[in-house]
Design a protein around this ligand. Structure first.
Ligand code: ZN
Length: 293
């Protein structure tokens, strides 16, 4: 067996992982046991058994969509799900144009046009991309359909694309590989943001766009991110809910400081315009934080 990755680690003990094959099969921690490797994507969750049982049919459908549902994949999923399955579907939340990489609908009304143009120029997306001057090994947590991944991959040395949904990881990695000529520096991984499967001090930067407000234990994410980053590495995050459900819009910042991050920059009120259709538009005012480990 060969060592799988210099960056990815066991989500339980953060030890090294080795793989039996390049695409499908198992990836193994010597201390904790095996994890599934499906369509080239390791499922690095502390409890891969529940995940495979919970999403069995959705995993198979996703692999079939990408022409990756071979016999080995089915055998691995069945071994981990132990024949049980609850047929839950991945909770991917994508607008049509996010999923298909097409241009969003445009507006006839001048004020909406202006708002969409302002968000495109000064919204959270451009804020994140500008901050990524620091090259190196970067982890994107919560890739969704890969809208941001594509821009990130073009400006960093090595990109790890992570999400809890296998469907999202395969979609985002395919999108990046289609856009890039050299795909060697892109790797997908199914992960839990609260238990990052990353070796200690392995990353130069972590990007978490609109992720922290969705977590049950955001403090665990900050602790894991701090451990995964090199000294001086960056955590760049955005959130439409910096209060985390409290009255205090500094709640996310407080958690970051508790985890020993230094706040390098805080920008608030960045317009995020989410165009679901020509008649349904969501506008969020987002807080963005640049943090240093
Ligand atoms: Zn382990």
């Amino acid at each position: 067996m060969r060592e799988r990755s210099a960056v990815l680690a066991c989500p339980r003990c953060h030890g090294a992982l080795s793989a039996e094959g390049p695409q499908t099969g198992l990836i193994r921690c010597a201390a904790c046991g095996p994890y599934p490797l499906l369509g080239g994507v390791p499922i690095l969750l502390a409890d891969p058994f529940t995940y495979c049982a919970q999403f069995r049919d959705s995993i198979l459908a996703t692999l079939a969509e990408h022409d990756l549902a071979d016999r080995t994949a089915v055998a691995v999923i069945d071994a981990f799900s132990r024949g049980r399955g609850t047929s839950e579907v991945f909770a991917d939340d994508w607008t049509e144009h996010e999923a298909t990489s097409s241009a969003p609908p445009t507006f006839a009304h001048a004020s909406l046009k202006k708002l969409a143009a302002e968000a495109k120029k000064n919204g959270p997306g451009p804020w994140l991309e500008k901050k990524l001057a620091q090259r190196g090994t970067v982890l994107e947590v919560g890739c969704g359909a890969g809208e941001r991944s594509e821009a990130l991959a073009a400006s960093v040395d090595r990109l790890l694309i992570g999400d809890r949904s296998l469907r999202a990881v395969l979609q985002a990695t395919r999108r990046v590989r289609l856009a890039l000529e050299d795909d060697a520096q892109v790797e997908g991984v199914v992960l839990d943001a609260e238990q990052l499967p990353i070796r200690k001090r392995a990353l130069d930067c972590i990007i978490a766009e609109n992720v922290v407000d969705l977590l049950d234990a955001p403090e665990d994410f900050f602790a894991g991110a701090h451990a995964a980053l090199k000294k001086g590495g960056s955590l760049l995050l955005t959130t439409p809910e910096p209060s985390l459900g409290s009255e205090d819009d500094s709640a996310v910042e407080h958690l970051a400081r508790q985890a020993k991050f230094k706040v390098v920059q805080k920008s608030d009120g960045l317009p995020w315009v989410r165009i679901n259709s020509s008649r349904f538009v969501e506008v969020y005012l987002v807080q963005a934080l640049a943090l240093r480990a």
